[in-house]
Design a protein around this ligand. Structure first.
Ligand code: FUB
Length: 326
């Protein structure tokens, strides 16, 4: 018998799962997480400890229904261009097809974004032979606007290699940013109608402070680290992301899906474990934050578990901060 979903408790206990991207497809909640394997890889700033190889998809008929594991839907050995590290994925639906987007390192050790397709939200997904041309870094999130236009958001510093793309080319030994530099931020591109190619090159969109100045790299409580996600609420675009070193999920808003975004506040206080990652989804009139922590493994961050909790807006569109263990 599958476990019933309960707020703030691991949704899956027979596997370690992380980075949950939740969507409502066919009136159910589908969750596309990454899969943490139990291994002894070394822990370093390149994220080698997150040596993930495959993906499972999960679904819930309702917010308190049993969590169904649809099994392995994609493995790195089936992706011709990829070598390792199948990190945080996302999924989207358009024109009768489900698209599964995932980052992985190519044969040269460079993170790229791949795509795989299925006629079912539960997969299995068939990968395209090559990664999406023009993509780099990690943590793809795809948002489809009310007008049908689809946008891909990507990016992660440190292990996500964003620092290495500052010249527009991959510079293998490019180091971290200096604190006084403008912080690197999310990269965005519109997708073509086919959903498997970019309509335009990925372009950086800055996150601004209260004086409309780009956040600085040293502003670790607010600057972008990884895990972008975009949703729309009352006509406003909310970019949510992880601040990495300070372990917050925060949000910034814009009146355009491509920004620039203005920093607004914190959504989730730090969880047990180093990484924090999330998605935001509306289901039956309520909003939910899907996130992960490492409580089930006793704090080992490369063995995480996906969870969810209700997310609440104030009347002015600000979001109430969630304290995950209160
Ligand atoms: O799960 C591997 C990486 O850790 C993800 O891509 C990041 O967002 C962080 O959660």
């Amino acid at each position: 018998m599958n476990k019933h979903a309960k707020q703030n408790e691991p949704l899956v206990t027979h596997l370690y799962t992380a980075d949950p991207s939740a969507h409502v497809f066919e009136d159910k909640i589908y969750i596309y997480p990454s899969h943490d394997l139990e291994h002894d890889a070394v822990s370093d700033d390149s994220g080698d400890q997150y040596a993930m190889e495959d993906y499972h998809v999960f679904s819930m008929d309702d917010i308190d229904a049993p969590v169904v594991d649809h099994g392995e839907v994609l493995h790195v050995k089936d992706v011709p261009w990829a070598s390792q590290q199948m990190w945080a994925p996302d999924a989207a639906y358009k024109n009768g097809t489900y698209y599964f987007y995932f980052p992985a390192k190519d044969k040269d050790g460079i993170f790229r974004i791949g795509v795989a397709t299925s006629k079912s939200p539960a997969g299995p997904f068939k990968p395209e032979p090559n990664y999406i041309e023009g993509t780099f870094s990690i943590d793809p999130a795809v948002f489809i606007d009310d007008d049908g236009k689809a946008y891909m958001y990507v990016g992660g510093i440190w292990g996500g290699q964003l620092e290495k793309w500052q010249t527009g080319e991959f510079v293998a030994d490019a180091g971290p940013q200096k604190p006084e530099e403008e912080a690197l931020s999310v990269y965005i591109a519109e997708l073509n109608e086919d959903m498997i190619s970019l309509k335009e090159p990925l372009k950086e969109s800055k996150i601004l402070d209260e004086n409309n100045k780009p956040l600085l790299a040293g502003d670790e409580d607010r600057r972008f680290f990884e895990a972008p996600w975009v949703h729309k609420y009352n006509g406003t675009y909310y970019l949510t992301y992880s601040t990495g070193t300070s372990h917050y999920i925060v949000y910034a808003t814009s009146d355009s899906p491509t920004g620039p975004f203005v920093y607004r506040g914190r959504i989730l206080e730090p969880v047990i474990g180093w990484t924090t990652h999330h998605s935001v989804v509306e289901f039956k009139g309520k909003w939910y934050l899907f996130y992960h922590d490492a409580s089930l493994s006793g704090g080992i961050d490369s063995r995480r578990s996906i969870k969810f909790t209700e997310l609440k807006y104030n009347e002015d569109g600000t979001i109430q901060t969630i304290h995950p263990y209160n």
